[in-house]
Design a protein around this ligand. Structure first.
Ligand code: PMP
Length: 361
């Protein structure tokens, strides 16, 4: 068996020790005679797994006690709809910063429920930059401001937390959660699908300031109600136990590796190396995102001649570097380099890119 360096945007590569542990525990979890996914979510075994996962992520991200944490089904997209149902009253305005594909998706999900004001939109510039703060057209009384911390497809990342005064910030951190230290107290809600930095697809993490749960929001079924989920400890219905368990193993791995501060350093070195190869290639490779907002997690790039795309991908695959094809919306290539991508993987990709340029230059 040989594992490739996998640059998939999500579902994405997982830490090898986590996969090995899951494999070792699959038939018989801690001597109970069954796997963890064959046991009741309300039994002592899974309750322990769930509690440890929550505690570990709280430690990793330094999440204050006045924030509740949820582990839910439905992916990030479902949370995008639920935030309007839970935090905006009928008739209330909500503000959106649209800096890429996922910001647009978030906006689309709330349109049936609220009047959304697009306070800034990077689309006219091809989502290659984040509109300057001075240009944002914020509403007077927005229920919240939503933004996408890292745009997974366009490779655009906020370097700073937007300052919008007292309006609660709701942020989609699907592709950058736990990749660097973050002041959680600046946010009303942070949500993320797990399948990039936290674990397998099928579970989403929602971190919500408890005070916001007192908002009436819109008429909605209990299953769409964050307050009910908090009260039910994310077990209103059967939770995705396998995904939650695997995410819990990832949290333990991250803690053992040195935590979020350590990953921040690794991620900075990894992304800097790739941008350096691209920028020093004399135009052979190009990334069009403004330098100040280039993503540390997803590096989209183009070869100077599209005809080289196929050989690039084929030769990369032969060299053990997989899933580099860009999103169909942009074309070209994309290297996703989340926490679980080792530095050696990025070094191997950088060496391959230089070598490819030499050979096909
Ligand atoms: N937001 C961002 C930033 C994403 O990258 C993605 C998935 N790639 C989503 C939302 C949608 O997530 P899901 O497929 O889990 O609904």
């Amino acid at each position: 068996m040989s594992r490739a360096f996998n640059f998939s945007a999500g579902p994405a590569t997982l830490p090898e020790p986590v996969l090995q542990q899951a494999q070792a525990e699959l038939l018989d979890w801690h001597g109970v005679g069954a796997s963890i996914v064959e046991l009741s979510h309300r039994g002592p075994e899974f309750m322990q797994v769930a509690a440890e996962a929550e505690a570990d992520l709280r430690t990793l991200m330094a999440i204050p006690d006045d924030y509740a944490m949820l582990f839910l089904q439905g992916g990030a997209t479902a949370q995008q709809a639920l935030i309007a149902l839970n935090f905006a009253a009928p008739g209330q305005t909500v503000d959106y910063l649209v800096t890429g594909h996922w910001g647009k998706t978030a906006l689309k999900q709330v349109q049936p429920y609220v009047a959304a004001n697009v306070a800034a939109n990077g689309e006219p510039g091809g989502f290659r930059d984040i509109p300057a703060r001075e240009s944002w057209k914020l509403s007077q009384d927005a229920a919240y401001l939503h933004y996408t911390a890292n745009e997974t497809i366009h490779g655009v990342e906020f370097g700073e937390i937007p300052d919008v005064g007292d309006v609660p910030l709701i942020a989609d951190f699907s592709s950058s959660i736990a990749s660097e230290p973050l002041d959680v107290s600046k946010f009303g809600v942070i949500y993320a699908g797990a399948q990039k930095n936290l674990g397998p697809v099928g579970v989403s993490v929602v971190i919500v300031r408890r005070e916001l749960l007192e908002r009436a929001g819109q008429p909605r079924a209990e299953i769409f109600d964050y307050r009910a989920h908090v009260k039910g400890e994310s077990m209103l219905n059967t939770p995705p136990t396998w995904n939650w368990y695997l995410a819990g193993l990832v949290f333990k791995w991250m803690l053992a590796e040195g935590g979020v501060a350590e990953f921040a350093q690794r991620n900075a070195r990894k992304s800097a190396l790739l941008y350096q190869v691209i920028d020093n290639s004399g135009g052979y490779y190009r990334n069009e995102v403004a330098a100040a907002v280039r993503s540390r997690m997803n590096v989209p790039f183009f070869l100077h001649d599209e005809a080289l795309d196929k050989p690039f991908l084929a030769e990369a695959q032969a060299a053990g570097l997989i899933s580099l094809k860009g999103h169909r919306a942009l074309g070209g290539m994309r290297a996703s380099i989340y926490n679980a991508m080792p530095e050696e993987g990025v070094q191997a990709l950088a060496a391959f890119m230089r070598d490819f340029q030499q050979r096909h230059g």
